[in-house]
Design a protein around this ligand. Structure first.
Ligand code: HEM
Length: 510
């Protein structure tokens, strides 16, 4: 967070605004809670509990696998903070911005570790990722490395060329679709996902890959195979459930099929990452240096083991695609559904860019575009529930005593749907972030990027890519949902990713 703020000013004015907002946000957290806590009652009360069944607790009530929605529903009865039981585990669920900020900032030192599911423990090579680690020296080192070379403002300036290629390629694919099938709906998800993966690979390895021979597995992988092994497979694996996580006293019972499945994913990923790295090392040996994360880690992070290095590289690849895709797809869905908003955005872009294509330097002059982005990550929080945090010493939240060894679920979706903070939260209305002079206000009031020391490291990249993509898609085409598509609002398990990719009909502008 400090690193993000420190060097923002020499990026675009958008980034400067972001830096000020992020810095302001954390100061605001501090000020608010420094004051807030003085007036809290001194005797902590007993936390409300959602009633469940003996032994299994509330597990059956969560079987729909949309915990963010179930938690938000329970908050209506039990309030912004309550406890649930998943088998033998106690989880404290936080559903309002106030109590979430308290956990992320004021009480952070007591809640700075993670408790990972068995699947995540294996897939993250026991917390060897910035986002899944405990807050310790290793975490700080990893975060510094990724900010310096990939995600911080200076690094983002150097990677601008890759973002421009991403937008150009996607736009070209949409033009081709329109030319060949003018009356058929386009699947934006398929095109944009593929390009986002390309961007991540270039940031990490320096060059895109079409296919690769993976010696350890004795196979050649196509690009589709590579995406499956590095992104879609592990994402499905991350939400695999080992029932023994809920009943640790039964851990002696084997769960071989689960273990084999996750192990297999790790073996394939490791072999593939090794092959990808070897390929690039040949380039480096030939004297061809590229400004990418691999080259940087090889020269600056010599204490990392090969496996740790592969994990750090993989983290950027897996994080670069999903959340940005979720944001852009839902934003285009809402714009296609709301012609007035679409028209307003088009007019704003026309007035600033005229006949020129939108560029990153123009983003700070496009306030409505910015509100479209922030309203979309409010309504469709791309990370609806933050991976569980762990309370390692007794603490207090919202005036309640929180015992050590509790787990904390931060329901970002619940905060963003809180009708005490947001008027008609179900409604997608970018105008809520504009004042009477059409200036943007409170853009970071959503909790979508988290807060405090674990604030999202990729917020700048996500904002710039999403705004550039949305802006360019609206500049070039008029978007209309295919008949029946408006009702397709279901999401994939545990996430806010659209279950059925958006189907939209395009019309050229001019
Ligand atoms: C709209 C898009 C995105 C949203 C809404 C989002 C949201 C979040 C949230 C809520 C957290 C905090 C988790 C916590 O408190 O434990 C987080 C952390 C993180 N995000 Fe993002 N993210 C987005 C895009 C990205 C991208 C594109 C990248 C990288 C390519 C990225 C990299 C990270 C990393 C490395 C962390 C861990 C930070 C830490 O633990 O110190 N994010 N993100």
């Amino acid at each position: 967070m400090a690193l993000v703020g420190a060097t923002f000013q020499d990026f675009t004015p958008l980034a400067l605004g972001t830096a000020v907002a992020l810095a302001g946000l954390s100061l605001w957290f501090l000020a608010r809670y420094a004051c807030g806590h003085r007036s809290k009652p001194t005797t902590p009360q007993t936390l409300p509990e959602v009633p469940g069944l003996p032994v299994i607790g509330n597990l059956l009530q969560l079987k729909e696998k949309k915990p963010h929605k179930t938690f938000t529903q329970w908050a209506k009865t039990y309030g912004p903070i309550y406890s649930i039981r998943t088998g033998a585990n106690i989880i404290i669920v936080l559903n309002s911005s106030d109590v979430v900020k308290e956990a992320m900032v004021t009480r952070f030192s007591s809640i700075s570790t993670r408790k990972l599911s068995s699947a995540l423990k294996t897939l993250t090579f026991d917390k060897t990722m910035v986002a899944m680690s405990d807050y310790d020296d290793f975490h700080k080192m990893m975060k510094r490395l990724v900010l310096t070379n990939v995600l911080g403002p200076n690094a983002q300036k150097r990677h601008r060329i890759h973002r421009e290629t991403l937008i150009e390629n996607t736009s070209r694919q949409l033009q081709i679709h329109l030319k060949n099938y003018p009356l058929e709906a386009v699947n934006l998800n398929k095109i944009f996902d593929y390009e986002l993966f390309g961007l991540a690979i270039k940031q990490v390895l320096g060059k895109d890959v079409a296919s690769i021979r993976v010696g350890e597995l004795g196979i050649t992988m196509s690009r589709e195979d590579i995406i499956k092994v590095l992104v879609t497979g592990p994402m499905e694996g991350a939400i695999e459930v080992d029932w023994r996580d809920f009943f640790p006293y039964l851990r002696w019972i084997p769960n071989k099929s689960f273990e084999r499945k996750i192990q297999q994913m790790c073996i394939q990923r490791e072999a593939l990452m090794k092959a990808l790295i070897q390929e690039q090392k040949k380039r480096i040996d030939l004297g061809e240096d590229i400004d990418c994360y691999l080259d940087f880690l090889l020269s600056e992070a010599k204490t990392l083991s090969e496996k740790q290095m592969a994990m750090l590289l993989w983290e950027v690849i897996i994080q670069a695609t999903d959340t940005t895709m979720v944001t852009v797809e839902w934003a285009m869905f809402e714009l296609a559904k709301n012609p007035k908003s679409q028209d307003r955005l088009y007019r704003e872009i026309q007035s600033i860019c005229g006949p020129e294509k939108i560029t990153e330097d123009k983003l700070c002059h496009l306030p409505y575009l910015s509100t479209v982005f922030h309203e979309t990550i409010r309504k469709y929080s791309p990370i609806p529930v933050i991976p569980l945090r762990y309370v390692h010493e007794d603490t207090e939240l919202g005036g309640y005593h929180i015992p050590a060894r509790s787990e904390i679920a931060i329901n970002i979706y619940g905060c963003n749907m809180d009708n005490k903070v947001w008027e008609n939260p179900e409604e997608w209305r970018p105008e809520r972030f504009l004042d009477e002079n059409n200036d943007t206000v409170d853009l970071f009031k959503t909790m979508s990027f988290g807060g405090g020391r674990r604030i999202c490291a990729g917020a700048l990249q996500a904002m710039v890519i999403s705004c550039m993509a949305i802006g360019r898609f609206i500049q070039e085409f008029e978007w209309q949902l295919k008949d029946g598509e408006e009702e397709n609002v279901d999401t994939q398990v545990l996430t806010t990713r659209k279950l059925h990719p958006m189907q939209a009909i395009l019309k050229p502008r001019n």
